[in-house]
Ligand binder design. Structure first.
Ligand code: DGL
Length: 271
């Protein structure tokens, strides 16, 4: 039995990364952890996001994952460096892949990045993009996550908010969707940003990086399975996940206040 890869996010956003991962690794099993009881992470203190990420990482490690993808920019920005030191399995974040995607896409060298308050305030993207020699405009878009979690990605409200957040966007040729929820908003963001701006996300490059470092057990014809663990309501999760290509596989509710014990209890449940 091959060991699954763990993937986590505060909510459904990380499913955009899971989708890209499954395209690259079709026979790989995944465990997707969605912390919908505590979404959004984006406006919570850094230390709190780090603690949540630590709990989830420990939970996934108890399920014997072969590695963990932090499919959340906020958690990648706040927790990745510390967690790497504490975790026995490889951890992959989404910020370096986002930077890489922007470097590949830009011609003018002028790029933008949008994300949660936590991600933008951390300066993680800005520092890395500047180090790569690019000019950077950055903006936090805190309401975007709620639009996606509420299934309102294609709404007039989404357009109004996008116009608000991008109102003083300078001339850039590439805009990084620095939050894994944002690919769901692409039609609206593209409309407001204009056709001349290339929208890039971390999903593809993250999948590329993970696929390159995972040891495959030879070709397999069986399709990989996904088990979902959610800390919030299962129905709300399934409903929202529909907008991101659905939820194949079992969805298992977890009591977030007992996450530490939960890992031990579910261990042995086939992924
Ligand atoms: N999807 C997450 C990210 O990439 C966080 C959304 C949130 O919980 O604020 O940043």
């Amino acid at each position: 039995v091959s060991r699954p890869i763990g993937v986590f996010d505060s909510g459904v956003g990380g499913l955009t990364v899971l989708k890209a991962l499954r395209q690259r690794l079709p026979s790989q099993d995944f465990i997707y952890f969605s912390d919908t009881a505590r979404v959004p992470y984006g406006r919570k203190p850094r230390e709190m996001v780090r603690e949540f990420s630590r709990e989830i990482t420990a939970f996934l490690e108890q399920l014997d994952v072969v590695g963990i993808v932090i499919a959340c920019n906020t958690a990648s920005a706040c927790a990745l460096p510390d967690l790497r030191e504490e975790t026995a399995v490889p951890l992959w974040g989404v910020i370096d892949p986002g930077v890489e995607a922007a470097c590949r896409a830009t011609g003018s060298g002028c790029v933008g990045v949008i994300g949660t308050k936590g991600t933008i305030a951390s300066g993680a993207y800005q520092d890395k993009l500047r180090a790569a020699g690019l000019q950077v405009w950055a903006r936090a878009c805190p309401m975007f996550v709620h639009l996606v979690e509420e299934g309102l990605a294609d709404s007039e409200d989404a357009r109004v908010l996008a116009r608000h957040y991008l109102r003083d966007m300078p001339r850039i040729d590439t805009l990084i969707l620095g939050c894994t929820h944002y690919p769901v908003l692409v039609p609206v963001i593209q409309e407001v940003a204009g056709a001349a701006v290339t929208l890039v996300s971390s999903a593809e490059v993250t999948a590329e990086v993970v696929a390159a470092s995972v040891v495959r057990n030879g070709p397999s014809n069986s399709a990989g399975r996904v088990t979902h663990y959610v800390t919030g309501g299962v129905h709300a999760y399934q409903h929202t996940a529909e907008t991101i290509g659905g939820v194949e596989g079992k969805v298992i509710p977890l009591d977030v206040t007992r996450l530490a014990d939960a890992g031990v209890a579910v261990r042995g449940t086939p992924a």
